[in-house]
Ligand binder design. Structure first.
Ligand code: ADP
Ligand code: ZN
Length: 218
């Protein structure tokens, strides 16, 4: 089974992706984490990617597609959760074509929805662990010890693309490009939209319910 999780930056996608991977036997593919790891490794590809990620622009399609293709080809027999890919209709078409070549399908596409004001508030209060990629919110989901990752003890930082200007650009790209995924994946059982208000457990319960309902119906 393959699932896509999409929603505006700051909506809690990566928190939910973690919960899904921990509780439901999906292997997680996070495009944002994959790109940040590549940048941190200072590889030739990482150097090329860096300026896009830091300015909030989308990394060119051919680069992101190679990364997702490698993961999918290595995990053909595994249940996959895609987070942060696809982000445009063209990327969705490329993924559809790849899956169909391999005799695989996209099963559930989940949009997590939140108002722009709330998204902005969440992003400007965010802490990021540069070691294990965990995300915290100093209001709603603070670490147990001030500025220290619960998971691995590393000191939290502000992600370089969480500045006000870059956040606005990311939200703009989301509204212009990523929202259109809803029309692309418009089959009733496949496309599902949920609201991100509530605790992370409440949001996760809604997601788990949708995934179970899908598994039972097919
Ligand atoms: P968020 O969803 O909070 O913006 P991500 O970690 O998903 O954060 O993405 C961070 C950045 O990585 C994006 O702003 C963009 O530069 C790049 N990126 C992530 N996914 C893609 C993608 N599918 N295509 C192109 N660029 C991407
Ligand atoms: Zn950590």
């Amino acid at each position: 089974m393959r699932i896509v999780l999409f929603g505006p930056p700051g909506v809690g996608k990566s928190t939910q992706a973690d919960l899904i991977a921990q509780n439901m036997h999906f292997k997680r593919f996070s495009m944002g984490d994959t790109l940040r790891d590549e940048v941190a490794s200072k590889s030739e590809l990482g150097t090329k990617i860096k300026r896009y990620v830091e300015s909030g622009e989308l990394v060119p399609d051919d680069i992101v597609f190679e990364l997702v293709k490698k993961f999918v080809c290595e995990n053909q027999k595994t249940d996959i959760l895609f987070e942060g890919y696809p982000r445009t209709v063209r990327q969705a078409e490329a993924l559809d074509a790849l899956l169909s070549q391999l005799g695989l399908s996209m099963d559930v596409v989940l949009e997590i929805h939140l108002s722009d004001d709330e998204v902005f508030r969440r992003l400007t209060n965010r802490g990021y662990c540069p070691n294990c990629s965990s995300i915290y919110n100093y209001d709603t989901h603070p670490p147990k010890v001030d500025s220290i990752c619960d998971n691995c003890g590393q000191k939290l930082v502000t992600r370089s693309d969480d500045s006000e200007e870059v956040i606005r650009r990311r939200l703009q790209l989301y509204a212009e490009q990523t929202k259109k995924l809803a029309n692309h994946y418009n089959a009733p059982l496949v496309y599902q939209r949920i609201r991100a208000e509530g605790t992370k457990q409440e949001v996760f319960d809604k997601i788990a319910h949708i995934i179970h309902a899908y598994s039972n119906k097919r």
